[in-house]
Design a protein around this ligand. Structure first.
Ligand code: ZN
Length: 404
């Protein structure tokens, strides 16, 4: 990482006046070079997971213009060179396998369609790799869709087909609780010991239709079973590495990453600080542990619990991870299985105020590019990470479905 204090003065002074440098300076990160900005603009950038639909569903905002809050809006996406953010059609785990979960998924898809309907000069739905490429050439931001949590399928291949037709191109099999498809890494109950019998059938049908299998969030066993069953490579749309967050099953361990490599799949690195660094994990675990103890004693609505939470945060400022630590995750995947299996799945708009220094919103992809350049990655390699690897997997999934 290029830290400002190491930068020569001649470089520093013009940078201070460069556009957008105020934020970079405040964060102690040098603004990206012309080359990094050019690569971000000239390369298709696919982000595996951005939670715009649920954010807007909860608190409506017009993201086709600059918004005060949130991590995504059109002007910032353009500035960052983002071309195909996967819109997360996220359904809360509490609604598993219910008519309501299916309804929420449809409503969120409606919302993405409305974004395009209102701003056809800015956004377009993307259902194929060809759509993404064509729309990139037209200067439009593609909005492909991935469903986070398979609960809306409700055990029905008919529902699966309907969602495919509406544009869903990956399904994260489970979210924070074990559902009717798979066990979740966050849920100690392992009701299926991996995938459910329906989950196993579902993967076959997803392959046949051309919907990517997303193993982010599922338990380790569910991951291995999914890889065994799937006839095509799988993706992790927004996961990082357990190596840097020991004990955090939501991230992938080295053995799983190697298996993903053999499967020719891709892991798209989640930027959220607690996905990236042990310090942040520890900070959160400590808070939760102490708070849960108080809740047990006093009940969760006790003012003392709230006061403790505030005091903890004051006394222990949130340890944001850094761009450099995110790059460590990319480096480690490359060290394990090579450059062809890593991408980005930021989780923007999905992880609250926990984004790393240097990667705060969709305008900051050039910082990531700069970081990779500084670490000696070639332009061709950077292009693979920004979209090449993911688009290769998506194409393979399309080809398989076309022949089945
Ligand atoms: Zn998620």
């Amino acid at each position: 990482m290029r830290r400002l204090k190491k930068a020569p003065l001649a470089f520093l002074l013009p940078a201070v006046f460069a556009m957008g440098s105020a934020q970079a300076l405040a964060e102690g990160i040098a603004p990206p070079s012309k080359e990094a900005k050019a690569i971000a603009q000239e390369t298709i950038i696919v982000d595996g997971h951005i939670d715009v639909p649920y954010r807007v569903h909860r608190k409506w905002e017009d993201v086709s213009i600059a918004t005060k809050g949130g991590d995504f809006d059109y002007p910032r996406a353009k500035k960052g060179g983002l071309n195909a953010p996967f819109m997360s059609i996220y359904v809360p785990a509490s609604l598993d396998n219910s008519a309501e979960s299916t309804a929420v998924a449809h409503q969120l898809i409606d919302l993405v369609e409305a974004m395009v309907y209102r701003s056809p000069d800015k956004f377009a739905i993307a259902k194929t790799v060809a759509d993404v490429k064509e729309q990139f050439n037209k200067g439009l931001i593609s909005l492909p869709m991935g469903m986070e949590n398979g609960s809306p399928i409700q055990g029905s291949m008919e529902n699966l087909k309907t969602f495919y037709e509406r544009g869903i191109r990956y399904i994260t099999l489970a979210h924070s609780l074990s559902n009717h498809i798979a066990d979740s890494s966050y849920d100690l109950r392992r009701q299926w010991n991996g995938l459910s019998p329906f989950g196993k059938e579902l993967i076959v049908e997803m392959n046949n239709l051309g919907i990517m299998v997303d193993i982010s969030h599922v338990s380790d066993k569910a991951f291995y079973q999914a890889v065994e069953i799937s006839k095509v490579p799988v993706i992790a749309s927004h996961s990082s590495l357990r190596k840097y967050t020991p004990g955090f099953e939501r991230n992938m361990n080295d053995e799983m990453v190697k298996k993903l490599g053999e499967n020719d799949g891709v892991i798209m690195i989640n930027f959220g600080s607690s996905f990236v660094s042990k310090e942040t994990q520890d900070w959160r675990n400590n808070l939760t542990k102490q708070k849960n103890k108080l809740i047990e004693e006093l009940g969760k609505d006790s003012p003392q619990v709230k006061a403790f939470d505030e005091k903890y945060r004051q006394e222990n400022p949130y340890p944001y991870s850094t761009l450099s630590q995110v790059l460590d995750h990319i480096d480690h995947v490359v060290a394990l299985i090579g450059i062809d299996h890593v991408g980005i799945g930021s989780d923007y708009d999905g992880v609250g105020d926990s984004l790393p220094i240097g990667l705060k919103d969709v305008s900051t992809y050039p910082n990531l590019v700069q970081g990779m350049l500084d670490r000696g990655y070639s332009r061709a390699d950077i292009e693979k990470v920004l979209s090449g690897n993911f688009l290769r997997v998506w194409s393979e999934v399309e080809d398989y479905a076309a022949n089945h």
